[in-house]
Design a protein around this ligand. Structure first.
Ligand code: NDP
Length: 248
């Protein structure tokens, strides 16, 4: 059994997830990185490409929307490793449409991945953290959950829901030494955002007081802070990393 702190990161192979994994590994954590079932080969390639192979990282196939599968895999992981010290609920999707045209499926998909998954993944981890008497849970919300975004009624609702979840669970976890917080990134330079047409991206940047996107390192750094020694008295908070785009 390892004496290192163990961090479980969902949606790990994405833009922000990759940097969270890298930063945790570089700061002495053991990392369990989840990928979607059926993507074993891509996940193994990801480890190589990101030069994470050979580090203290293990892969776990986990569809965060599959409540039953998560309910089996996460307790089994806890059994295998003995504990999880940090959970980063990072997996997320967008299915944008104006509300007039939004389908029920687009609504449900976004809710299932961004919000319902918090119930499934967090519950077994939270229970173990409470027994252990310590733990950090960090939920990756979004600036659009705080301010609302045109064409993202589903995503804004789910990301705002994550913040309510964070506060309520923080109230329950505090007496057990479990801190629960959210990080709300603004536009971050991940493939999801850099794929936006250049002129559109330029107009987005023009609305950001800092006139640029966040780097994945800047978002991951906020996660590391909340997970670490100096984050121990912060709970129920939402830490914005948005270049001044929205000030709470
Ligand atoms: P990516 O699309 O790069 O990463 C998202 C990750 O989530 C992918 O690895 C994806 O896997 C995984 N995922 C999606 N659905 C599931 C599922 N059902 N089960 C397990 N994993 C799943 O996005 P980002 O890195 O940009 O975003 C990470 C988080 O940050 C998200 O929650 C996003 O909403 C949030 N965010 C991002 C911002 C940005 O500007 N980039 C701004 C604000 C918030 P796969 O590759 O297989 O699809």
């Amino acid at each position: 059994m390892t004496s290192k702190k163990i961090a479980l990161v969902t949606g790990a192979a994405g833009g922000i997830g990759t940097e969270v994994c890298r930063l945790f590994l570089n700061n002495g954590y053991k990392v369990v990185a989840t990928h979607r079932p059926g993507k074993e080969e891509q996940a193994a390639n990801w480890l190589q490409e990101e030069q994470l192979a050979g580090k203290d990282i293990q892969l776990l196939a986990l569809d965060v929307t599959d409540h039953q599968a998560v309910g089996e895999a996460v307790p089994a992981l806890i059994q295998e490793l003995g504990q999880i010290d940090v959970l980063v609920n990072n997996a997320g999707i967008t299915r944008d449409a104006t509300f007039k045209k939004m389908s029920w499926q687009q609504w449900q998909d976004v809710m299932a991945t961004n919000l319902n998954s918090l119930f499934s993944v967090t519950q077994p981890v939270f229970n173990q953290m409470c027994e252990q008497g310590s733990g950090r849970i960090i939920n990756i919300s979004s600036v659009n959950g705080l301010k609302g975004q045109y064409g993202q009624v589903n995503y804004s609702a789910a990301k705002a829901g994550m913040i309510g979840f964070t506060k309520a669970l923080a109230a329950e976890g505090a007496r057990f030494g479990v801190c629960v917080n959210a990080v709300a990134p603004g536009y971050t330079a991940t493939p999801m955002v850099t794929a936006i047409r250049e002129d559109v991206l330029d107009s987005i940047k023009a609305t950001i007081p800092m006139k640029r996107l966040a780097t994945t390192e800047e978002v991951a750094g906020a996660v590391l802070y909340l997970a670490g020694e100096y984050g121990g008295y912060i709970t129920g908070e939402t830490l914005s990393v948005n270049g001044g785009l929205y000030m709470q």
